[in-house]
Design a binder for this molecule. Structure first.
Ligand SMILES: *Cc1c(COP(=O)(O)O)cnc(C)c1O
Length: 300
């Protein structure tokens, strides 16, 4: 049995002011609903790693992330459910008070190891080479890479993708973006909204092996909607998320989907989408991250 309930991933029609008069229709695929902890794209990114782990004789799973990482907590939860030993290498010195995300990871039995930021990158390489934790299966930070991408190709299997002219998602590592590009129709556009500052292109590790060369002209990455950088937020963004919730009843997270919806609305307003476009926005989950904004700031 799957730990997630994929039947809950419905599509909601989004009616926002200033959108219908542009003759653009917006829909949202609710991956946030498949599970409260392994939500959104993280299940799809873990799926094939888990399969790989089980087919080999590893003693545990090792992965990486920051103190608020959706990937870290999704991995900890899944490993716990499957009875797999699990270690998390966390970026940054151990803080006096752990984030709610890391506390949750401890509850799920994940062992945490804190690594100063300066050596996190190197450590990443060292450990990936298997020298530090022999026998552990390593999942890259954020679940990035070919196996994560392979899992993300299955996101669009949940829907009839035919009616949509554009598929839009938030971009962290870009793994989901590529998975969507690879699994959509040849002339369906894939729109990525980068949540990292200065990410004008996808990272180098994505070569043409996984990036669909034939689709390049149908793939577009927007790099100006990060709102100050990764996990940064402004009162304007949080107010937008509250308004969106009041208008649609849909909660978003401030790291990914909040910025994505803000960007798509802005692009609609600016006339980016041709008349008659039907845009499918992927709600990729991550709502647990909202616990790091002061209580009461968000109304949901
Ligand atoms: C991890 C994550 C993303 C980014 O996915 P990538 O494949 O790394 O680009 C988007 N949304 C949410 C909610 C996430 O947790």
């Amino acid at each position: 049995m799957l730990p997630v309930d994929l039947s809950r991933a419905c599509i909601d029609k989004i009616d926002l002011p200033h959108i219908s008069d542009k003759n653009v229709e917006i829909f949202m695929l609710r991956l946030d609903k498949i599970h409260p902890v392994i939500s959104g794209n993280k299940w799809f990114k873990l799926k094939y790693h888990l399969e790989n782990f089980k087919q080999n004789n590893f003693i545990g799973i090792l992965t990486f992330g920051g103190a608020y990482s959706n990937h870290i907590v999704a991995t900890a939860y899944t490993a716990n459910l499957e009875g797999i030993k699990c270690k998390g290498i966390i970026r940054g010195e151990k803080p006096p008070v752990l984030s709610h995300t890391l506390k949750e990871c401890l509850d799920y039995g994940m062992q945490l190891e804190f690594v100063p930021r300066e050596i996190y990158r190197q450590k990443n390489l060292l450990i990936a080479s298997g020298q530090h934790f022999p026998g552990y299966y390593t999942i890259p930070e954020g679940g990035a890479g070919p196996l994560g991408e392979k899992g993300c190709r299955e996101i669009l299997d949940l829907v009839n993708k035919q009616p949509y002219s554009h598929i839009a998602c938030a971009v962290g590592t870009g793994t989901m973006f590529i998975g969507l590009a690879n699994s959509s129709f040849p002339k369906q556009h894939t729109i990525g909204i980068s949540v990292l500052k200065g990410m004008k292109n996808l990272p180098d590790q994505f070569n043409d092996l996984v990036y669909p060369a034939a689709k390049k002209k149908y793939c577009k990455l927007f790099s100006d909607y990060h709102v100050g950088g990764y996990a940064k937020h402004t009162p304007e963004l949080l107010a937008f998320m509250n308004d969106f919730y009041l208008q649609t009843g849909i909660p978003t997270d401030f790291v990914y989907t909040g910025k994505l919806v803000f960007a798509i609305k802005d692009l609609v307003k600016k006339g980016y989408f041709p008349q008659g476009s039907r845009v499918l926005i992927i709600h990729s989950g991550g709502l647990q991250g909202n616990l790091s904004v002061p209580k009461g700031t968000l109304i949901f």
